[in-house]
Design a protein around this ligand. Structure first.
Ligand code: ACO
Length: 355
């Protein structure tokens, strides 16, 4: 039996941020409401494309793993904000990182995308089809945001995270996983006026991100908790054997509800929503990376992760960490400098939304 060890991890956090006080200049909201209802204090706005965010995160993960990019067999990019659809965005990332000849594919399961992609890449390694993969989740969610709608404007941010997976004989990596989709209710979270269903010669207006927050909240807690239960049973793992919980970062209250249902102590839960908001597929990839950097993930840690997103897709995963929590090498990859503040970056879009 082959396994797919996580041997490298990396992230890319764009520098420009918008605080809650600043976002109150765009929509009728305030720091107290956002903090108490969501746990979010600020979010990042990217001055570069999704492909560039993904490239920097992937380069850090590859250096961390100490591998040559030329040896990568698969570049799998989870995103619902691709830079380009044709050619796919993963092909540009493959070119940028020098993974010459590797398969390159985008995958979209919205906020569940990283765990879906982990499952797909792990399965290919376990089946012996490939030996090394880089799995990236990168999003530019602020591109979708309607800066005239306070419900969504406060929630989303941009960023990327990545892991390198390598074939190995010992049990570690993704050891249990469950993915699914409740498509009956796909309309409660969707983006309008986007895709080949629209009349491209007379579009009905700019695309907009619409959701029923309370309904999603309930379903996210139920869906992620039940998926975690399934994975724990599948992996024959008890609740007290969970060392770290790395949940999707959509709302601090959702995270706390899942934490309580799984009876996981505060110090075992990775939370960074306060700083970044909801970066869709990228939340878990970034949180996993930061959990290692912050020492929360120790060698051989049992990690539970769960996600919920548009579709309504859901996923839960049991990941066994390997021996190493230190990078083999550090990449010097960075984004180009950003001269503008977060508010300046969104000014033109905010003005257009209000027309
Ligand atoms: N600032 C101030 N007031 C606001 C804001 C805001 N940014 N947004 C909504 N309100 C108001 C509403 O208008 C409403 O006012 P009313 O009572 O006078 O009508 C009141 O606050 C309560 O609104 P609710 O939508 O019921 O607020 P809730 O407590 O449910 O919080 C939230 C909304 C944060 C979206 C929550 O439902 C949530 O986190 N849902 C799940 C996450 C989600 O939907 N994320 C987007 C999808 S992506 C994903 O990751 C699944």
């Amino acid at each position: 039996m082959s396994y797919a060890h996580i041997t490298g991890w990396g992230k890319c956090i764009p520098p420009a941020r918008i605080s809650n006080d600043e976002i109150s200049q765009l929509v009728d909201t305030n720091d107290e409401w956002i903090t108490s209802r969501t746990g979010i204090k600020s979010r990042r706005v990217s001055h570069v494309s999704t492909a560039e965010l993904a490239t920097v995160a992937a380069k850090h993960a590859i250096a961390c793993a100490g591998i040559d990019a030329k040896d990568i067999d698969l570049v799998l990019l989870a995103t619902c904000t691709p830079s380009t659809m044709v050619a796919n965005t993963a092909s540009l990332v493959q070119k940028n990182i020098g993974a010459i000849g590797a398969a390159a594919m985008d995958t979209n399961a919205a906020c569940s995308g990283f765990l879906y992609a982990m499952q797909a890449a792990t399965a290919q390694i376990q089946a012996g089809m490939i030996k090394k993969a880089v799995v990236i989740a990168a999003e530019r969610m602020t591109w979708y945001v309607n800066w005239d709608r306070r419900d969504s404007a406060v929630l989303f941010g941009d960023g990327a995270g990545a892991v390198v997976l390598e074939a190995a004989d010992t049990p570690a990596g993704l050891l249990g996983t469950k993915t699914g989709c409740d498509s009956e209710d796909r309309d409660i979270l969707h983006i309008t006026n986007f895709g080949s269903d629209i009349d491209k010669y007379s579009p009905a207006g700019p695309s907009d991100l619409l959701f029923e927050g309370r309904e999603i909240f309930k379903r996210a807690v139920k869906g992620m908790s039940e998926a975690c239960d399934d994975v724990l049973t599948q992996a024959n793992l008890s609740l007290d054997e969970i060392d770290v919980l790395v949940p999707h970062q959509a709302n601090l209250r959702i995270i706390q509800a899942i934490q309580h249902r799984l009876k996981v102590d505060d110090e075992k839960v990775m939370v960074n929503i306060g700083e970044y908001g909801n970066t869709s597929a990228a939340t878990i990839a970034i949180a996993l990376c930061e959990a290692v950097e912050q020492g929360l993930i120790k060698p051989h840690a049992n990690i539970m992760s769960a996600a919920f997103g548009a579709g309504l897709t859901w996923a839960a995963s049991y990941i066994k960490w390997g021996d190493r929590v230190k990078p083999i090498a550090i990449s010097d990859a960075t984004l180009p400098p950003c001269e503008q503040s977060g508010l300046e970056l969104v000014a033109a879009a905010a003005a257009a939304c209000k027309q």
